[in-house]
Ligand binder design. Structure first.
Ligand code: MRU
Length: 327
């Protein structure tokens, strides 16, 4: 994997996913923070399993994975469209997955297109980082949810990419990392990235966010998105909506940082966004050990929808939008 850092310098966070000539190499996010292990994926079935099990995750990373999955099918002599359908079915909410698949299917050379999609992701994220810089004042305390960093993308990050840009600009931001139950993308992944980047942070349980805001200890909330509807409603990791309600109540600005590839022109509003339901055991267990009574059942929606009315601004690679930019 080639570093995605500035001006040829090695990046403290390696690229999440890369095309390696005839296979895909990706950081196995299930093993972090304990182990930085690269997974080699050679078939569409293996890639579907890796996506479903969150070895690779985060909307922009899934966009690159979708395009690379079609590339894998084509070099294996299989129909790209069948592979695309199988890939899209693995995770229904993150629209970037379907976007990446469609990009590769529409291209004369899906392999080359997969590499273009991956390279463009880093450039787009850096553009969002620069655009969002105006929202992060000196010494700002930022609350974030899930993982929107380099690991959720090919490199750099969306919401966390803005924080990183602010850090590099000398604004000394600090981050409240919501742990993000049930799979802990906050405490496992975001905290790991921030540590490698040298950005001060503290992990809190998701339910602590509202009282931190009440105490005046959060200057702004910044999150990513898995799909944004035309009216600006935002699907993101479950728990995001609760942060938005609390932020609205306490007058804390709530920003969504997501590239235009996450905006879905076919979704008029949040009600039209499919919400992924994941297995109940993710809720009933902690680190693989059952903690709930044997007879209890669970529901496990992986995402929720934050209404546009609770969003202060949306950041895309085109700039900061105080109203939904539209299709
Ligand atoms: O289930 P995940 O870990 O794939 O969910 C990811 C998120 O909810 C992120 O916030 C979203 O993809 C934006 S990432 C840049």
């Amino acid at each position: 994997l080639t570093p995605t850092g500035a001006a040829g310098g090695a990046d403290p966070v390696p690229p999440t996913i890369a095309w390696a000539g005839d296979h895909v190499r990706l950081v196995d996010q299930r093993r972090l923070p304990d182990e930085l292990r690269i997974l080699e994926v050679r078939t569409v079935d293996q890639l579907c399993d890796a996506i479903a099990d969150l070895a690779v995750r985060g909307a922009p990373a899934l966009g690159a994975a979708g395009a690379m999955g079609v590339a894998l099918a084509v070099i294996g002599g299989h129909p790209g469209s069948e592979a695309g359908a199988a890939l899209i079915a693995t995770r229904p909410t993150a629209v970037n997955l379907a976007w990446g698949v469609r990009r590769a299917l529409a291209a004369a050379d899906p392999v080359a297109e997969a590499e273009v999609v991956a390279a463009a992701d880093v450039a787009v994220n850096r553009a969002m980082g620069n655009a969002g810089l105006e929202l992060v004042g000196p010494g700002a305390s930022v609350l974030t949810h899930c993982n929107t960093g380099s690991l959720a993308c090919v490199g750099w990050g969306t919401a966390l990419g803005v924080v990183r840009a602010a850090h590099e600009a000398g604004r000394r931001p600090s981050v409240w990392v919501a742990e993000t139950r049930p799979l802990l993308q906050g405490s496992r992944l975001t905290a790991w990235e921030l540590g490698r980047l040298g950005i001060p942070h503290r992990i809190v349980v998701d339910a602590a966010a509202a009282s931190l805001m009440a105490a005046g200890r959060v200057d702004l909330v910044m999150v990513g998105a898995d799909r944004v509807a035309v009216n600006g409603d935002v699907a993101n990791k479950v728990g995001t909506y609760a942060h938005a309600v609390a932020a609205h109540h306490h007058g804390v600005p709530f920003y969504v940082v997501a590239p235009t590839s996450t905006w879905d022109a076919s979704c008029p509003d949040g009600a039209a966004i499919p919400i992924e339901r994941r297995p109940p055991h993710e809720v009933l267990e902690l680190a693989g050990t059952r903690v709930a009574p044997a007879e209890s059942e669970a529901e496990n929606p992986a995402f929720d929808v934050t209404p546009a009315g609770l969003v202060t601004a949306w950041v895309t690679e085109l700039g900061v939008h105080r109203a939904p930019p539209g299709p």
